[in-house]
Design a protein around this ligand. Structure first.
Ligand SMILES: NC(=O)c1ccc[n+]([C@@H]2O[C@H](COP(=O)([O-])OP(=O)(O)OC[C@H]3O[C@@H](n4cnc5c(N)ncnc54)[C@H](OP(=O)(O)O)[C@@H]3O)[C@@H](O)[C@H]2O)c1
Length: 367
């Protein structure tokens, strides 16, 4: 833990706010707690540590006083060892991608935000210093101003999931008004975000989901919602689609999704194999192997079905974040939060997700 615990100051430009650098340094250095992942394992490996120092801010970075972070599947998977080929040499690390909080300090080239503003945003999946900390560091373009109409808890549930959906729909499939989209797993955070983003564009959306989500999904504008647990959804889903976003990505959903596409349509799974292959075979073998497998599938499905096949990954995206902010401000993009935990109970929060005790989003609140 040496790299995190050694004493360092925080050279930052303080503008438009009531802080001075001495006050900031004192308050940050005295109170910065963080959840550390010292080794991979169950929820019990997570450690809440006091006095974890902050790295220096780069010119394009923003220091955010954390108010809420949501627990993403990536957080619990990283804790269990997913991405170990990348993260193991860097342990201990701070996990967490989503954040909602207040700007505490600005890097010298940041001009779009000011100290004290309420912001929300998300880190890239491969970021090493995550958001489970009293103070988190994000690049300027990974943050946007939080709408006043939503709480920090609700805001923290949105960005990572919605940016994942944005990337697939707007950057990969380039969905347009009037097109038909199928979301496999529309009850989850990414699936529900995708439904709302596509409805906002003017697409016709169908989805598979758990029965308890159907009313919420139809109210958000989907035209058809089929309960995957009780119905034969392959037979129940009407018509063919321009794009399929498969958040589940198992063999069966891949087969059904591809068969329901029009020629020229896009099949996008969130369960790409890059991380699992690099974890198993190392970066040097796993990366080229995953590229070869993806290419093979792309060629195969183009030939057999005339469709485009993709592994989609979350990317931070300033344009996407602006649109996500706009839609969430007017109530057209929400990710329902089922339960909150104080940050100190991070193990309980992860345990609840691992054991599927809480079906929807879990959020950690920072006091
Ligand atoms: N590639 C990337 O960059 C990326 C980014 C974000 C997320 N992901 C992955 O995408 C997945 C979804 O993420 P999320 O944040 O949306 O998770 P989430 O909020 O936990 O949602 C998962 C949803 O899937 C539903 N589900 C499970 N099996 C299903 C099936 N066979 N058919 C239809 N729905 C089914 C679950 O419903 P029930 O509770 O009823 O089972 C739940 O609502 C996770 O595996 C995550 O790791 C990947």
């Amino acid at each position: 833990m040496r790299w995190l615990l050694r004493s360092r100051t925080v050279p930052v430009a303080i503008r438009n706010g009531s802080y001075n650098s001495f006050e900031l340094r004192r308050s940050v250095m005295a109170s910065c707690r963080a959840v550390l992942l010292p080794r991979f394992g169950g929820p019990e490996v997570l450690e809440v540590l006091e006095n974890v120092n902050l790295p220096e801010l780069n010119p394009n970075e923003v220091l955010v006083r954390t108010r809420a972070v949501s627990v993403n599947p990536l957080d619990t998977r990283m804790r269990s060892g997913y991405g170990r080929s990348l993260f193991e040499p860097l342990l201990p690390i701070i996990i967490g991608r989503d954040i909602s909080g207040e700007v505490a300090a600005l890097g010298s080239s940041v001009h779009s935000l000011s100290v004290g503003q309420e912001v929300f945003g998300a880190l890239h999946p491969t970021a090493v210093r995550g958001t489970y900390a009293d103070y988190a560091i994000l690049a300027e373009d990974q943050l946007t101003v939080k709408p006043e109409s939503i709480s920090h808890v609700d805001a923290s549930a949105i960005p990572f999931a919605a940016l994942t959906a944005w990337r697939a729909l707007r950057c990969t499939a380039r969905i347009k008004q009037g097109q038909r989209l199928l979301v496999v797993g529309g009850g989850g955070a990414v699936g529900f975000s995708a439904i709302q983003l596509a409805v906002a564009v003017g697409c016709h959306v169908s989805t598979t989901c758990g029965g308890e989500c159907i009313a919420r999904i139809l109210a958000a504008g989907a035209e058809q919602a089929v309960d995957y647990a009780t119905e034969d959804y392959e037979a129940s889903i009407n018509g063919y689609f321009d794009a399929v976003l498969d958040t589940i990505g198992v063999t069966e959903t891949e087969r059904i999704g591809i068969n329901l596409l029009k020629r020229g349509g896009h099949y996008m799974t969130l369960q790409g194999e890059t991380a699992s292959l690099t974890d198993r075979y190392g970066l040097a073998v796993g990366l080229p192997m995953s590229t070869a497998i993806l290419l093979m599938k792309q060629v195969q499905y183009r030939y057999s079905h005339g469709i485009e096949y993709w592994w989609n990954y979350m990317r931070t995206d300033p344009e996407g974040l602006r649109e996500i902010r706009r839609l969430s401000e007017v109530g057209k993009l929400k990710v329902p939060v089922d339960k909150t935990f104080p940050m100190k109970q991070v193990r309980e929060a992860h345990g609840a997700k691992d054991k599927r005790l809480v079906p929807g989003k879990v959020v950690l609140e920072f006091d």
